[in-house]
Design a protein around this ligand. Structure first.
Ligand SMILES: Cc1cc2nc3c(=O)[nH]c(=O)nc-3n(C[C@H](O)[C@H](O)[C@H](O)COP(=O)(O)O)c2cc1C
Length: 351
């Protein structure tokens, strides 16, 4: 296999950023599935966008809107700069954020500074991040708590990305201990644990297992947005010999969300929907289908690469305005009136 690329973590994370900025890393012929639904607008609505209140809470913090920028980066100068921009803008809008995998800083504490954003965003929900692969091969609750305390986070997002690990030439192929590692983490951590995919989604069976654990939330990160198998293919062209069906394999976000809402219906666990939810309209559809919060990653990175802090500010402003417009047309002023009100959605019948 071509190994003409970096196996060092910070450089690999920078390669990921560069690939995502310079290439099309979206799924091919797979959409997040929200196009299959239409929100039925009430054109005789009686409210205005100013009446719409999107505020909510997560991990004990209040939020202006039920939105988070999902974890992407850290561990390098570039990552540090991006994390600071994200934190500043999230603070302005009072929405949540996650940092990227902190494995690099667990292994080399000198890098921890690139993940530290609390000074820029004192009151937002902030998620630390580590991969389950590390827990399957040595990490314990100690490292989980270290990651949280390193950045004064409110919880830890554990990413589960077996397909990417299998495809990555230097990926961790030891998947045997994944379930046991999740059990140990969920039962041993004194901090909230959020289990997340990275754009492949979770099967119903996986979510049934997760619902039995003492976790706070699941981030479904379904298929239809950022495709990590494709990102790895840009790093290693020999992967283009894999079939397009494998590269584009995943559960579309909307389908995954419908299952998640079903599995977690009697539970206090929260559902974060992400994976190609890149506009306010789809975010509202996700809330109707049962999400408590909506997250996105790639569009935030692209907005920053286009126009730095101002680019991200504009993107989030428009995203929220769009959500408010949709709720206005539904005559809905509060989020509780949306969740699981599936009669607000119509299945598309014509193309
Ligand atoms: C450049 C980039 C880096 C990412 N790095 C991480 C990471 O370190 N840890 C993680 O849990 N997810 C990571 N993700 C995945 C995102 O958090 C998210 O789950 C996924 O991209 C789906 O959301 P999207 O379609 O809105 O991009 C990364 C995504 C991008 C685009």
């Amino acid at each position: 296999m071509d190994q003409n690329f970096s196996s060092n973590i910070p450089s690999r994370k920078d390669e990921h950023l560069k690939i995502c900025i310079e290439n099309d890393v979206k799924y091919e012929n797979v959409t997040s599935g929200f196009d299959n639904y239409i929100i039925r607008p009430n054109i005789l609505t009686k409210i205005s966008p100013d009446d719409v209140d999107l505020s909510t809470t997560f991990l004990g913090k209040s939020m202006g809107s039920p939105l988070l920028i999902a974890g992407m980066t850290g561990g390098s100068e570039k990552g540090k700069e991006i994390n600071k921009i994200i934190a500043k803008v999230c603070d302005e809008f009072n929405i949540g954020m996650g940092v990227g995998s902190q494995r690099a800083a667990i292994e080399n504490p000198a890098l921890s500074d690139s993940f530290q954003v609390r000074d820029k965003a004192e009151n937002i929900p902030l998620l630390a991040n580590l991969g389950i692969a590390q827990f399957s091969s040595g990490y314990s609750v100690k490292e989980a708590e270290k990651a949280i305390e390193m950045i004064n986070a409110d919880g830890l997002a554990i990413h589960v990305n077996p397909l990417q690990e299998l495809i990555q030439y230097d990926g961790n192929k030891n998947l045997i201990n994944v379930r046991q590692s999740l059990i140990d983490l969920a039962s041993g951590s004194k901090y909230p644990i959020i289990v997340k995919s990275v754009g492949t989604g979770f099967s119903k069976e996986d979510m049934e297992f997760l619902s039995s654990l003492n976790i706070t939330a699941i981030d479904i990160a379904g298929a239809g947005g950022t495709n990590w198998k494709k990102i790895e293919m840009y790093r290693n062209p020999s992967l283009s010999e894999l079939s397009s069906s494998l590269i584009n394999w995943g559960i579309p976000t909307a389908d995954c969300l419908v299952n998640a809402a079903d599995v977690f219906s009697d539970s206090s666990k929260k559902i974060i929907a992400s994976g190609g939810i890149w506009n306010g309209m789809d975010a509202v559809k996700a809330l109707i289908l049962g999400a408590d919060y909506v997250a996105f990653a790639l569009p935030a990175l692209l907005a920053i690469s286009k126009d730095s802090e101002e680019g991200l500010r504009k993107f989030i402003h428009n995203y929220i305005i769009e959500m408010k417009m949709v709720l206005t047309m539904l005559g809905i002023t509060k989020l509780e009136e949306l969740r699981k009100k599936k009669n607000l959605l119509m299945r598309k019948t014509s193309h």
